[in-house]
Design a protein around this ligand. Structure first.
Ligand code: APR
Ligand code: PHB
Length: 391
């Protein structure tokens, strides 16, 4: 088999890239190790930046999102139960976010991919990349026991944090930057109306809590927890008690309890690898970087990467110019680092750290109170939250 672009991974980065290339008439094949149900079943964040929404609209994949998604013009912070609102729309000159689960985005991307004839190979075993720094790269895998080979011009490594693409950049060239946080997020999904019509990011003496949602009838809540916490120690009632405590009495009064139909613990990590290109291999999304979920930047960053990459590849095939391709890594990383900074900062002012003493906690409370009273500080938060421009 031969194609122009071999895309490794059918997560948000890989599928969005496949759609962008298809729109530009550039032949591509997606090679994915799991099946569609597995990918659609993974519960991830649910806040789309304005730029992500705009891209889905331009690609004509926004019908269901526009009908079912919730536009949020603001978000809330809480200090020991006391809420204040950040009016993102007013502070950014009209930008908002869309609350629409990643699972729904994936379903829409897969549905439209099938209609548009985008080629996706599922359940590819033992995927390997070859000769990425030569002029004829190719990809191999096993499919139902048969050996397969895909020759291509370029490979897009969109295979997430645990994928095979990143290690293809030699260790002598690859630099990694990392922070592992000393806590995780315990999250639940429940078929109950949200406590508040917008999100609440709560800093509480006992640790961080987040009240989020998927729709007017489905809520998503998180609490910060130790990394070695066991799910079986968190029956639903204990979770509801703890999240209510951390959100504070005013919000707790509106928390509707119900059985959790999903419950999981996720670690928090900041991670960046540089460069994001080696020879004919480009990395995009979680293959190149991870952010802690505070601020919900993961999917949006992946979308920004593939927007840059698709532009560079389109210019290459249109005019033969490699300028865009050569600039891809620097351009993507410039934005990645800003989102890394925001996610790290937002985590650092909202979570309880094990080594935190009285002074450190006072600093957090002072910073949150400063944000509450300063339009400049609120603008910084708002413009990062709705998404920085794609420059
Ligand atoms: N070969 C082929 N596919 C692979 C391989 C491999 N060796 N390893 C992983 N994959 C697939 C995974 O099964 C997954 O479907 O690559 C895909 C990577 O998807 P994500 O992990 O979702 O990463 P990405 O597309 O970059 O998405 C970034 O979405 O899922 C969230 O947390 C993620 O918010 C982040 C954003
Ligand atoms: C979510 O709804 O899952 C969510 C929302 C906002 C975040 C993180 C996760 O910052």
């Amino acid at each position: 088999m031969r194609t122009k672009i071999a895309i490794i991974g059918a997560g948000p980065a890989g599928l969005m890239l496949a759609h962008l290339l298809q729109r530009d008439g550039i032949d591509a094949v997606v090679v994915e190790s799991r099946n569609r149900d597995y990918i659609e079943g993974r519960v991830r964040a649910g806040v789309l930046e304005q730029t992500t929404v705009n891209l889905l609209e331009r690609l004509g994949i926004s019908g269901r999102m526009c009908r079912e998604g919730l536009i949020h013009t603001g978000t809330n912070l809480a200090i020991d139960g006391e809420l204040f609102r950040i009016d993102m729309e007013a502070l950014t000159g009209g930008s908002t976010v869309m609350v629409y689960g990643q699972q729904e985005v994936m379903r829409d991307l897969f549905d439209d991919a099938a209609e548009r004839g985008i080629k996706i190979i599922f359940e590819a075993e033992g995927v390997q990349l070859h000769e990425v720094d030569g002029s004829h790269p190719f990809v191999t895998w096993r499919e139902h026991g048969a050996e397969r080979r895909l020759d291509c011009d370029f490979i897009a490594g969109c295979d997430g944090f645990h994928g095979v693409s990143r290690p293809c950049i030699p260790e002598t060239i690859r630099k990694t930057f990392e922070r592992v946080y000393p806590f995780g997020w315990l999250g639940i999904l429940a078929e109950v109306p949200p406590a508040n019509h917008e999100l609440i990011y709560a800093n509480h003496e006992r640790g961080f809590a987040l009240a989020s949602m998927r729709s007017a009838t489905r809520s998503r809540y998180y609490i910060q927890c130790p990394l070695d916490e066991k799910l079986e120690d968190w029956p639903d009632e204990r979770f509801w008690d703890e999240v209510s405590l951390r959100l504070g009495p005013a919000t707790a009064a509106h928390v509707v309890r119900g059985p959790a139909f999903e419950k999981s613990i996720a670690p928090l990590r900041s991670f960046v690898t540089e460069p994001m290109r080696h020879g004919r291999l480009f990395l995009a999304g979680d293959a190149a970087h991870i952010v802690p979920p505070t601020g919900a930047k993961g999917l949006n960053l992946a979308v920004a990467d593939v927007t840059f990459l698709a532009e560079a590849l389109a210019a290459y095939y249109r005019s033969g110019s490699a300028l865009g391709i050569d600039h891809y890594s620097d351009r993507a990383l410039a934005r990645v680092w800003k989102a890394e900074r925001f996610s790290w900062w937002f985590t650092s002012i909202t979570h309880r750290f094990p080594e935190m003493d009285g002074f450190a906690r006072k600093m957090q409370v002072a910073e949150l109170n400063y944000i509450r009273g300063s339009r400049a500080a609120q603008t910084m938060l708002a413009e990062n939250y709705v998404g920085l421009p794609l420059q």
